[in-house]
Design a protein around this ligand. Structure first.
Ligand code: MSK
Length: 654
């Protein structure tokens, strides 16, 4: 390759990987320094075409079996497993793995709540007693005349009973929060989850070689285990986090690598669970530690986040995210991160060898996750603040080792922190909190529908491109958008969650957003907070006028950059709850036509929802838009109506 061509390729490659200017800048630095990143490794590592499309079964030592070549459709594995069985087993295992991640997250929060109730975790308190009362109500825990810690203890016990399946009635407690009609459907179709751990164990058992071999039956269990995520592990994690750390309310913040500071100790919290990060927030504001940082020549301590831990501390404290999943290495390459503190999920093993090239200290904290070479400071909730202070001190001590830094200046502005409680309040006011105005504006056509854009980054596609393009196209078409997870970070980095975005919205959506005073794109939180979307959809149905179930709503969910099992579990519980769900990137079951058919047409008939893959963003938009219009037609709300501007008196009447 000529020198000129090589230079051109070097200039262009980062832009192929990301539309984020901060990422592009740091990728050029990585290239100059000869540093490998997830973006360069994805170029070097071709996908195995057999495994990527669902034609490989590696579940026993007779194989791995590869169902490829002439007549592949008819081929079977050595045990006789068909493409259908292999694909369905893959989906079920992915759902079980994803569910177990969120379930463990929820269990840890429940155990922390239990420890608080018994006076064993004195660093924490009940920050939102009102939410505790609400949760107690859902769980049938008596509250009248009782001490708050007593109630908290009972709530924690019931939450924990949901794991082992010993909950009263034999059904997940929170399943009762779903629409009655949906609960009946889950019972009739045998999809009602019995206990979170129980569903995970049964899924692992069924996917062992020689057990469940019927694709539809395997996929039924995929829905059941995933429902124990959405209406179990994830919903408990969200609710109990709100109880312990506070229910989010809107706040302003900034996002992207530009939130790192040149003259302060930079600490990044990365992973998922808020128990430790809440304490790191407190420790980073400790006057003694700030003074200690000054004694080392820094101006202060700056905390930022990556992935969903970032969402947790953003939603409740306004701590700025330094970026989404694909930013974890880039943050270290700036040379400005003294410590990256990780717990569980989405933490790349490549971080430690990378950290060794700079001065960053990678600190693992979860008893469940160690990384070779990283410093392990094990967290436990009974000594939470002391451990957090020890970690912050380690970061401060590392400041002196900092070399040259190159922090990109780019940041996006955002408003974050929309809990479902706040949305209800925002729409209806303190005394008449309600989703009625949303329903009315969907019915009158000002808002055509609602779409959740959720999930991860995947370096196989251009970072943030699909996510941001879909958000902009949807609001242009008067569709209200909610975002969670790393998709929310993409929206934050590109300033899509600010009131000014109203100017890019269609006239109807813009009018409603102006009247209510909300941006057309709402940040709803982390991956486990997708459960807030289930709650919102349920309330919208209960409010009336938009059908009898989630499956009747002009709504959909998109995961444009899916990469992990948790995303498949989330997509599956959304579909099993009646939602239309489209994933981007590529289908992991492309070769398994029976499974594709079952998860689309089959699930549509069975549960009124679907989960499908579509790599092209234009086609995703078309599919989602068509779905919204079909649902509007079915509801009889698609006739053109005269648009009436609401004045204040009319709003009050509403
Ligand atoms: S962190 S699961 S990359 S959203 Fe929740 Fe982001 Fe996906 Fe991890």
């Amino acid at each position: 390759m000529s020198e000129e061509k090589a230079k051109k390729k070097k200039d262009e490659t980062p832009r192929v990987h990301s539309i984020d200017p901060a990422a592009v800048e740091v990728l050029k630095k990585a290239e100059d320094e000869g540093i490998s990143t997830v973006f360069s490794r994805v170029e070097e590592m071709k996908q195995c075409p057999i495994g990527a499309a669902g034609s490989c079964c590696a579940y026993c030592a007779m194989g791995p079996c590869r169902l490829v070549g002439k007549g592949a459709e008819e081929k079977t594995g050595i045990c006789g497993a068909t493409h259908g069985t292999i694909g369905a087993r893959f989906i079920l295992r992915a759902c079980a793995t994803g569910t177990s991640a969120h379930a463990d997250h929820g269990r840890d929060i429940a155990q922390t709540l239990k420890a608080v109730s018994e006076g064993r975790a004195t660093s924490y308190s009940i920050r939102d007693p009102e939410k505790l009362m609400k949760v107690a109500g859902y769980m049938g825990v008596p509250t009248e005349g009782r001490e708050i810690l007593e109630i908290a203890g009972d709530v924690a016990d019931i939450a924990l009973a949901n794991y082992n399946g010993t909950v009263a009635g034999g059904e997940l407690t929170y399943a009762a929060r779903a629409i009655g009609k949906r609960q009946e459907l889950w019972r009739k179709t045998k999809l009602m989850p019995r206990g979170i751990d129980r569903e995970v164990v049964e899924s692992m058992h069924r996917t062992h070689v020689g057990v469940d071999q019927d694709a539809e039956h395997l996929l039924d269990q995929a829905m059941r285990v995933s429902l124990s995520d959405g209406w179990g592990g994830a919903m408990l994690a969200t609710d109990l986090s709100d109880v312990l750390f506070g229910t989010p309310e809107p706040l302003t913040s900034k996002a992207n690598l530009g939130v790192l500071r040149t003259d302060e100790v930079n600490i990044i919290v990365h992973g998922h669970e808020p128990t430790l990060s809440e304490m790191i927030v407190a420790a980073s504001q400790d006057p003694e530690l700030i003074e200690y940082a000054r004694s080392k020549g820094a101006q202060g301590i700056n905390l930022a986040g990556i992935c969903c831990t970032a969402n947790e501390v953003l939603m409740r404290h306004g701590i700025s995210p330094a970026g989404n999943f694909l930013h974890q290495e880039l943050a270290i390459i700036t040379g400005a991160v003294e410590a990256m503190v990780v717990d569980v999920q989405c933490v790349m093993q490549a971080l430690q060898p990378l950290a060794e090239k700079y001065h960053t200290k990678l600190i693992t904290t979860s008893p469940k996750a160690k990384i070779p070479g990283a410093t392990h400071v094990e967290f436990d909730e009974e000594h939470a603040l002391d451990i957090a202070k020890e970690i912050v001190k380690m970061a401060v001590d590392n400041y002196e080792k900092r070399g040259e830094t190159a922090i990109p200046e780019h940041t996006g502005d955002m408003i974050a922190g929309f809990s479902h409680e706040y949305i209800e309040y925002m729409l209806g006011g303190r005394y008449r909190a309600s989703f009625r105005p949303l329903n009315d504006n969907i019915i009158n056509g000002k808002i055509q529908g609602a779409v959740a854009i959720v999930g991860c980054n995947n370096p196989r596609v251009t970072q943030d491109e699909g996510i941001t393009w879909l958000i902009k196209e949807l609001i242009k078409r008067d569709v209200l958008v909610v975002v969670t997870g790393c998709a929310a970070h993409a929206a934050g980095k590109h300033s899509l969650m600010i009131p000014e975005m109203m100017e890019n919205a269609g006239p109807g959506l813009r009018e409603v957003c102006e009247a209510v005073g909300m941006p057309p794109v709402l940040h709803l939180g982390s991956c486990v907070d997708n459960s807030r979307i289930l709650t919102i959809l349920t309330h919208v149905v209960e409010e009336g006028g938009l059908g009898e179930d989630i499956s009747d709503l002009p709504a959909a969910a998109i995961c444009p950059e899916y990469y992990c099992d948790k995303a498949i579990a989330i997509g599956t519980y959304a579909a099993a709850s009646g939602a239309y769900v489209v994933f981007g990137v590529r289908s992991p079951i492309e070769d398994c036509s029976e499974v594709t058919e079952l998860m689309t047409t089959g699930w549509e008939e069975k549960v009124g929802g679907q989960l499908l893959w579509e790599p092209e963003k234009e086609k995703i938009l078309e599919k989602v838009w068509n779905r919204i219009q079909e649902k509007r037609e079915a509801l009889g709300i698609n006739e053109e109506k005269e648009r009436v501007l609401l004045d204040m008196a009319a709003r009050r009447e509403l």
